[in-house]
Design a protein around this ligand. Structure first.
Ligand code: GDP
Length: 290
């Protein structure tokens, strides 16, 4: 059962009992808030409901939205006009980086935020990743810059930036290798990437998005911890939101690491990507609204 349905059935129309509050804390843990956050949220919610005289479940769910709102943090990420934009997709294998790169290219070309895009096959460890990016490039009619498996990702990025200049493209979307590096390796590799980008593009047009799979729960929080300790992450893309029964991980990542969410992906089609809207997200999470 979806998290929203479970919370709706726990906090229905009737008067809330002490047992309900305990059950709510447990449910929020299952919704990926983590124990400390769940307890703090319920304590704050109980006080807020008491002060406002709210005693029914529906009222409590609306109040919970207010309690959680500070942690539903969005960030607007889109290409800026007037120069070359570089967006790097970070994250472990299988979270949806390649698919997200293609979705972003498709979205930004369709809405006019970008006028030409290049896909850079920076995951040089897996031949399948290069093939997959090529497949998306074919479908979207985009140039894919790739080298053979095992080559230097920095060199691929360098070539992609040159290709963008040659083609007059204003957007490079770079896939990266998803294996969990040691932190030191990751820092060194990304510093190298940063230098390559800095030589050809403005820092304000360079964004690093961390892709997290919503179905992996608190594991996603640990990945976010590891990556954000190593590099400055500009925003999260939460994928497989359609397959996740819960989806509270965006709140957890904001509260624990201060990272905002840029996009939610709720399917495998190119159009299944939308900017993170805090109020709508909480309505979906808590089963509010229609
Ligand atoms: P990568 O290894 O991080 O590049 O991950 P991929 O982009 O190859 O995605 C791994 C799998 O997840 C593929 O089968 C994608 O089609 C699928 N996928 C990616 N994003 C979503 C999403 O938002 N929803 C669903 N249901 N599947 C997704």
């Amino acid at each position: 059962m979806k998290f929203a349905d479970r919370i709706r059935s726990l906090l229905g129309m009737s008067v809330i009992t002490d047992d309900d509050w305990d059950a709510l804390a447990d449910l929020l843990v299952e919704g990926d808030l983590g124990a400390a956050f769940a307890d703090a949220a319920v304590t704050e919610l109980r006080a807020a409901c008491r002060d406002a005289g709210v005693r029914d479940g529906q009222g409590a769910r609306s109040m919970l939205k207010r309690v959680l709102m500070p942690w539903a943090r969005g960030v607007d990420i889109r290409p800026l006009p007037g120069g070359l934009n570089v967006v790097m997709l970070l994250g472990v294998n299988g979270v949806g980086k390649t698919t997200t790169a293609a979705k972003l290219a498709s979205r930004w070309l369709a809405d006019g935020s970008a006028h030409g895009a290049i896909l850079a096959a920076g995951d040089t460890f897996r031949a399948a990743a290069i093939d997959q990016l090529r497949h998306h490039g074919d479908r979207l009619g985009l140039r894919v810059v790739a080298q053979e498996r095992g080559s230097d990702p920095g060199a691929v990025l360098f070539d992609a930036l040159d290709a963008a200049a040659a083609d007059g493209a204003d957007l490079v979307l770079a896939d990266t290798a998803g294996r969990m590096h040691t932190k030191q390796n990751l820092i060194l590799e990304l510093e190298k990437m940063d230098k390559i980008v800095a030589a050809k593009a403005d820092r304000s047009r360079y964004r690093r998005l961390l892709v997290l799979d919503a179905t992996t729960g608190q594991n996603a929080l640990r990945q976010a911890e590891a990556f954000s300790e190593a590099v400055a992450v500009d925003g999260i893309v939460l994928t497989k939101y359609d397959s996740s029964a819960k989806g509270g991980i965006a709140l957890s990542v904001a509260r624990n690491l201060g990272l905002p969410t840029a996009f939610l992906c709720d399917g495998e089609r190119y159009q299944d990507l939308r900017p993170f809207e805090p109020s709508r997200y909480l309505d979906e999470f808590l089963g509010l609204g229609s």
